[in-house]
Write a protein that binds this ligand. Structure first.
Ligand SMILES: *Cc1c(COP(=O)(O)O)cnc(C)c1O
Length: 354
């Protein structure tokens, strides 16, 4: 039987998508060729790329004037591409510091200009989302992380910004409705809610580019990829194909509005058990709790072996917490059925009863 996969990333994908993807490896489009052995410029693959872009635009209501790109290098490459494309010479940018990924983004930006930290939750190991900060209007851009995968915190609101707004949405894109028009660049590694590792989704407002006066290396210039429809060089065809299938699956399900409700139900169910069960305790501030990554501790460490035995036997996988937080982390991305969440809750109850 398939395991209940709570992995934080790479993570669970819809079973039917995995089946279609494995079929395409052997025989794509009934053409007796593999998806990964045909030209990326062939008609069948260009159709895949076009469809993937179209689905992103449709599912997120991407307004006119934005480009949708599928790049390589992961979200970590965007940590660098964003300052290259937006930071002026001798420029500065404002960042929130909400965890490891934000810190990595800040480190790259510092290589090209000054970084002002406007909100910082490092004082309590990033267990909350900073709020009420001012974003200076004279910075080149503001950068935030919508969902902090390691700590289980999620921005429920985005600040008003008079400067450009950039967001790393790697671990909650397509999980809830967002107003793309409020952002100038959104990026997300595929492997958390979309497909296999190997491609990164970037949504960029065209008019914000080309204004830094910088000589941007070709591969790091968003305009390179915009002008070639993400095919300046060979794109990662398989991750893009699987992402397209997942987005199609999401559309068939009813889209982002429907999955948002389902994700809320799953999160409510698990957090309710964490708050009810005296053996467990959530680590993130309640108002900032992530609907994607639920971090919790077992209060009595002498029960650890018993709990681990229980969930292992129930076919649960991937709930060990990140080493910097400890405890447990149950990641419940779009493809996770509520039944799997219920299995985890049943094991938490069972531990209490034993
Ligand atoms: C996983 C993750 C990253 C890193 O993504 P890569 O594609 O591995 O570079 C960045 N930001 C967030 C929020 C993440 O969850």
């Amino acid at each position: 039987m398939k395991k209940h996969n709570f992995s934080a990333g790479p993570c669970i994908l819809p079973q039917e998508v995995l089946k279609q993807a494995s079929d395409a490896i052997l025989n794509f489009n009934n053409d007796n060729l593999s998806l990964i052995e045909i030209s990326h410029r062939s008609k069948p693959f260009v159709a895949v790329m076009d469809k993937a872009v179209e689905l992103v635009k449709e599912l997120l209501n991407v307004p006119k004037g934005y480009s949708v790109l599928f790049l390589q290098g992961g979200a970590s490459m965007e940590f660098l591409m964003v300052p290259f494309n937006l930071m002026k010479i001798n420029g500065k940018a404002a960042y929130t510091n909400t965890g490891v990924w934000a810190k990595n983004a800040i480190a790259e930006a510092k290589k090209l200009g000054d970084v002002i930290i406007v909100g910082d939750s490092s004082d309590t190991n990033y267990n909350y989302i900073p709020k009420g900060y001012e974003i200076p209007s004279d910075v080149d851009y503001f950068h935030c992380t919508s969902n902090n995968t390691i700590y289980g915190t999620q921005m429920k609101e985005f600040p008003n910004s008079t400067t450009l707004m950039v967001c790393d949405m790697s671990s909650d894109i397509f999980s809830r409705r967002i107003d793309v028009s409020r952002f100038d660049i959104i990026y997300a590694g595929a492997q958390k809610n979309m497909g296999p590792a190997g491609t990164t989704l970037v949504i960029v407002k065209d008019e914000v580019l080309g204004k830094t006066g910088r000589n941007i290396p070709t591969m790091l210039d968003y305009n390179t990829h915009i002008s070639k429809d993400s095919m300046f060089n060979t794109p990662p065809v398989f991750p893009i194909y699987v992402s397209m299938l997942t987005l199609q699956w999401l559309k068939n399900l009813g889209g982002v509005e429907v999955i948002e409700k389902m994700n809320q139900e799953k999160a409510d169910l698990l957090y309710a058990e964490i708050d009810r069960n005296p053996l467990f305790e959530g680590t993130a501030a309640k108002e900032d709790r992530s609907n994607m990554n639920v971090c919790f501790l077992l209060n009595d460490s002498s029960k650890e072996d018993a709990f681990n035995t229980l969930w292992n036997a129930a076919g649960i996988s991937g709930i060990k917490g990140h080493r910097s937080v400890g405890g447990y982390r149950a990641s419940m991305y779009n493809a996770m059925p509520i039944e799997s969440v219920q299995v985890l809750i049943d094991m938490m109850k069972k531990l209490e009863q034993n």
